[in-house]
Design a protein around this ligand. Sequence first.
Ligand SMILES: [Zn+2]
Length: 469
Amino acid sequence: MTRAGVYTRISDDRDGSAAGVQRQEADCRELAERKGWAVAEVYIDNDVSAYSGKPRLGYNRLLADLEAGVVDAVVVWHLDRLHRSPAELEHFFEVVDRAGVKKLATVTGDVDLGTNDGRFHARILGAVARKESDDKSRRLRRKHLELAQAGKVSGGGRAFGWEADRVTLNLDEAELIREAARRVLAGETVRGVCADWNAREIKTVTGTAWSSTVLRRVLTAWRTCGVRSTGKDTGTTRAEPVAEAVWPAILDRTTIERLRSLLLDPHRRLNRSARRYLLTGMIRCRLCGAKLVARPRADKRRCYVCSTGPGFSGCGKIRTLSEPVEDLVIEAVMQRLDSPALAGALADLASGTGETDLGTDMADDERRLVELAEEWANGTITRAEWLVARNALESRLEASRRTLARTTRTSALDGFLGAQGTLRAAWPTLGLDRQRAVLAAVIDRVVIAPAVKGRSFFDPDRVDVVWRV
Ligand SMILES: [Zn+2]
């Protein structure tokens, strides 16, 4: 009785189920039964690419059993399951010659190992399998290439900052983009920059006036830092960077990352129409913790109030005139910024810690994520290895994003740090946005306590400033 060894292998065991191997085994057992062979042993290699070069334990055991005479026939689903290279096929021939084995059955057509024709046939099949595998890695390489080529210019009209070929820089517009980036990172709103540009009669590529939507798109586009991307930035999705583009960058990658975290943060986009005073968003009720809202009194004097009613979650028990609170907070910030220790700490935060490399690091990590997925796809690493490595990369990316957000906040203080009195001198000339950005860089929140009965004038004790740094 012929004792057959059944050999099965699946290369891309993506979902971890051995379904492919089980199907191969079932087919092989059926074939063995038709031939009247007894299946003595089943050799399985799962999740190992034929060309990965990793040792195949099942295959090696099969060869050993052939040499030892444990099995005297081999049933395999297809020759491409068995051999990874012509050299391996020749080695297989040597083993079966030494063992005197002549029976090799495949579900896709028998090969007579005893004849030159049979071997020729096996070599051809092997070559075909090899080519298929080459095609597969070529497909992967092509995917790589496509990713790289994705850096090519895509179709579309002229992009602001470049000429009509979408590659040559338009130097004037590029400088305008840099100006807008500086201003927005320093705390001005996109809307404010648009208003200024429209007043200066700067036009969009279509010759129209600037809107926040259009300028925000320019300032957050990967294109602007010379990176090709896929997908779109919407309320719920983000365009993903894909490759270095062939066109030159106008802003560096870190700046784009900052602008994106600043301008695409969904929380920022809420309540844009709400009235804003200097401390709106930073000032809170001591009693209920709600954010106080800006609201003028009947006599037009500005107030912050803890508001109840539709759309508000406050307790309604706090109200304070804005001006004295703002004056107090501004003075506190001036004094805090003038303290050399704080200025030093902020300067470290803003420029130390290799923050300028952050964008590059993040780009590297994103590229590694893609490479990792491809290694998994072509079987070089297992799913478990992929998951472990991916999680590590993703938590590092997350940490980088947090650092970026922090340093973006402190960039509002650029030029005001380490130079005593500069902020105090410049304060009256700064716009509301810029002033708010400066305060937000150092203040976590301002808490207002209820008024104490009997104190008719503004009571500084009601104000508690909680510092961020
Ligand atoms: Zn309240």
